[in-house]
Design a protein around this ligand. Structure first.
Ligand code: ZN
Length: 335
């Protein structure tokens, strides 16, 4: 198939829906993004491939098993029974919905089951997860917050460790480079040994690190220029404050409470990654943010089994809809 005839990235949701409703256009669009220099076999990287138009798949001419592959092979969409246009619109919605979007809304918008929508969204969030290639520098705000979780999903030891007033809540640490990006991690507790290694992992030595007066942050200097604002006294001391992160927490809590109602603690990092992606790309236009997600779909895989296997699995087996066939296909010889 021709890939040089590229479709411009749609500017609005309405345009995206219109453009991608044509399966050929959707495929051409995706191919141009995934293989800008021509289609390559995901198994051996060979460019000696033949397009089988009737099935919308390619066949590799090299000698190896599993010669056939589709646009979904080797991406978060692998083995998904959902059509490409549904995936593309799902990605558009997840990339651009200010307060995220619930799986119920996506299900209604795309005409799929809530379970399928939820699984799709978790895979899109995986694409939105960014590799942290560089350390943060300059002025970095560091703060931790508690996100309401459900106590029953937590290990008793973890519940106890969190202490009074925070039972059943997950602790999230955030690092924000001023005028730069935000990163978050779910941590076990607010102790020094949980927080400080993350600062050293993510922040360039010599950077200014601003925190509140929590004792766990003591000892960051002289490695860092540590500025402390005691929230018991004031929230801003000249340049020293964590207001940027406070704003991010407010956004995220709105997304959790308003849109998702509640988030299982063991999936919390996925929602955080998606929020970070939207925050870090907030200056982009919708179309560009959407293309950013699309360019990250390759080389990532999240199966329904591994997704539900992370926590309690009670009554969570895939049942009568899209996921059932997904799970069945995962044992295919070509995976
Ligand atoms: Zn090949």
């Amino acid at each position: 198939m021709e890939t040089n005839n590229t479709q411009a990235v749609p500017k609005t949701l309405v345009e995206a829906v219109k453009v991608f409703s044509d399966p050929t256009v959707a495929l051409t669009f995706m191919v141009a993004l995934r293989w800008p220099d021509g289609v390559r076999c995901p198994h051996c990287q060979s460019t000696r491939v033949r397009f089988i138009a009737t099935r919308s798949v390619w066949e590799c001419r090299e000698d190896h098993p599993c010669k056939r592959f589709s646009i979904k092979t080797g991406t978060i969409m692998e083995e998904s029974p959902l059509s490409l246009d549904k995936w593309l619109i799902g990605m558009w919605l997840e990339a651009n919905a200010k307060n995220s979007i619930s799986s119920y809304e996506i299900a209604r918008d795309l005409g799929i089951t809530q379970k399928s929508a939820w699984f799709m969204q978790q895979r899109i969030r995986l694409a939105m997860q960014k590799g942290d290639f560089f350390k943060l520098s300059g002025e970095v705000e560091v703060d931790e917050t508690f996100i309401g979780g459900r106590a029953r999903n937590m290990h008793a030891g973890r519940r106890k460790a969190k202490g009074r007033g925070t039972v059943g809540k997950a602790v999230v640490m955030g690092l924000l480079e001023r005028h730069g990006e935000v990163r978050t991690r779910v941590v076990d507790n607010t102790r020094r040994r949980s927080l400080q290694p993350l600062i050293r992992e993510h922040v360039e030595p010599g950077a200014a690190v601003y925190t509140d007066a929590l004792r766990s942050y003591a000892g960051l200097s002289p490695e860092y220029v540590h500025g402390v604002v005691d929230h018991a006294e004031r929230y801003v001391d000249g340049n020293i404050h964590t207001n940027g992160l406070e704003n991010f927490w407010a956004l995220f809590k709105r997304c959790v409470k308003g849109t998702h109602v509640s988030v299982e603690p063991f999936h919390l990092f996925r929602y955080l990654d998606a929020e970070c992606f939207r925050f870090n790309n907030r200056k982009l236009k919708d179309g560009a943010r959407f293309a950013g997600v699309l360019q990250s779909v390759g080389g990532k895989r999240l199966t329904y089994k591994s997704l539900i296997g992370e926590g309690d699995t009670e009554d969570r087996a895939a049942s009568d809809n899209g996921e059932a066939s997904v799970v069945a296909h995962e044992h295919g010889p070509c995976n």
